[in-house]
Design a protein around this ligand. Structure first.
Ligand code: ADP
Ligand code: MG
Length: 381
């Protein structure tokens, strides 16, 4: 999804691909296959690049340091990125910046988890600090009695992150971009809806959010970017907690274009993908204004329909203003394979905008809707 922005600006984008058949290979001219966990592959790939960046956060921190030592221009840099790679590092950084964290602790074993829950209150959310995404690596532990069932996690990783389960009214995302020289621009805070830990829908901006909460959330994201030395695009996931503290708590950081920013492709003057490229190349950042009063992004996951294109005639006809983004990924149940963006004409129409974007996504996921059965009159010709 970064490729169209690179093409527009005349930049050559190269991808270190995990395999020949990953969808990014089809989007760029040069996509050598390599292993991002292998330093030699990374060094070979980095030769002659102006800048190196990521579309996920799992490149080992030590490899990034080695690349920098070899003269590679890496953005975001490892000291910033580690806060998106490791949720324990992130929680400590948020405490250090005195920004609002849920109650949390690093727990070494089941006993420590029980002690945390008894103190902070049950349920507790238990997380693997590294490697999680889309809710993989997140478990809700209802009570002390259920804690022992997580012994397997402690065997494969320790310590784990324990957090109080937050009573939130909705989830928010505050997105910013920052250049190495320190220019910083934020998009308005958006409302994000997760289903089973997976981002399902985004409404931009977050409607009816108190002005001071929106401003404080945006300020928090800008402060995190500045204080941690973030370069490129960052999403700060948050929980809205009306009337409690500053009205929000920070959930996690993502330092790359993020699912909660896909709406910007069709709903903002500058998309997150263009902004990321501008930021890592230390170019002036683009305007972040919305292109309409409200923008909805609806994801579609793999479902009944194996041939997405067969559903296009029906899907595209149902809503001509919708923009479909299909990732070219093999369809597997529950896998994110695309999204639909739709700009609405008025915030009062948000329900209809959501419904229309959702209808397009559902047709692509489920296949062409069945044509209505012809009415039988009982007559024959
Ligand atoms: N402390 C918490 N309290 C309540 N819900 C939480 C908490 N932490 C995570 N969640 C829920 O689980 C989802 C996934 O957790 P997150 O830490 O963002 O993991 P991932 O890396 O998979 O995105 C969140 O979007 C939220 O819906
Ligand atoms: Mg998350």
């Amino acid at each position: 999804m970064m490729a169209p922005a690179a093409t527009a600006l005349g930049f050559e984008l190269r991808v270190l691909a995990e395999a020949e058949d990953v969808s990014a290979v089809a989007a760029v001219a040069k996509a050598p296959v390599g292993d991002y966990k292998d330093l030699d592959h990374l060094l070979e790939f980095s030769r002659g690049l102006d800048v190196l960046t990521f579309d996920h956060e799992h490149v080992p921190t030590d490899h990034l340091r080695a690349l920098i030592d070899a003269g590679v221009n890496v953005h975001p840099g490892p000291d910033a990125l580690v806060n998106a790679q490791d949720k324990l590092v992130m929680r400590a950084a948020i405490d250090r910046l005195e920004l609002p964290n849920p109650r949390w602790a690093a727990v070494d074993d089941v006993d420590a988890l029980v002690a945390f829950g008894d103190d902070a209150g049950w349920p507790v959310v238990l997380k693997t600090p590294r490697g999680g995404y889309d809710g993989k690596g997140v478990r809700v532990i209802a009570s002390a009695g259920d804690a022992a069932a997580s012994a397997d996690w402690f065997e494969s990783m320790s310590p784990l992150l324990a957090e109080a389960k937050v009573e939130f009214s909705r989830e928010l995302s505050a997105m910013v971009a920052r250049t190495p020289d320190g220019e910083c621009r934020a998009w308005p805070v958006v409302h994000t809806i997760q289903v089973d830990g997976v981002c399902d829908e985004v409404i931009a901006p977050a409607l009816e959010i108190p002005l001071e909460v929106a401003a404080a959330a945006e300020d928090a994201a800008v402060r995190i970017a500045n204080e941690l030395g973030v370069t490129g695009v960052m999403a700060v996931e948050m929980f809205e907690t009306p009337g409690v503290g500053s009205g929000f708590l920070i959930n996690e950081l993502a330092m790359r274009p993020h699912n909660t920013g896909h709406w910007t492709q069709d709903g903002s003057v500058t998309s997150q993908f263009e902004q990321h490229l501008r930021a890592i190349l230390n170019l002036p950042l683009g305007a972040t204004d919305l292109l309409g009063p409200v923008v909805v992004m609806k994801n579609f996951l793999g479902g009944a329909n194996q041939n997405l294109y067969s559903a296009y005639p029906a899907a595209l006809a149902t809503e001509p203003a919708a923009k479909v983004h299909s990732y070219g990924k093999a369809v597997r149940p529950g896998r994110k394979i695309g999204h639909v963006n739709l700009v609405g004409g008025s915030t009062a129409d948000v329900d209809s905008v959501r419904q229309r974007a959702g209808a397009v996504a559902a047709i692509i996921r489920d296949g062409r809707p069945q044509a209505a059965a012809p009415e039988t009159t009982g007559e024959t010709e």
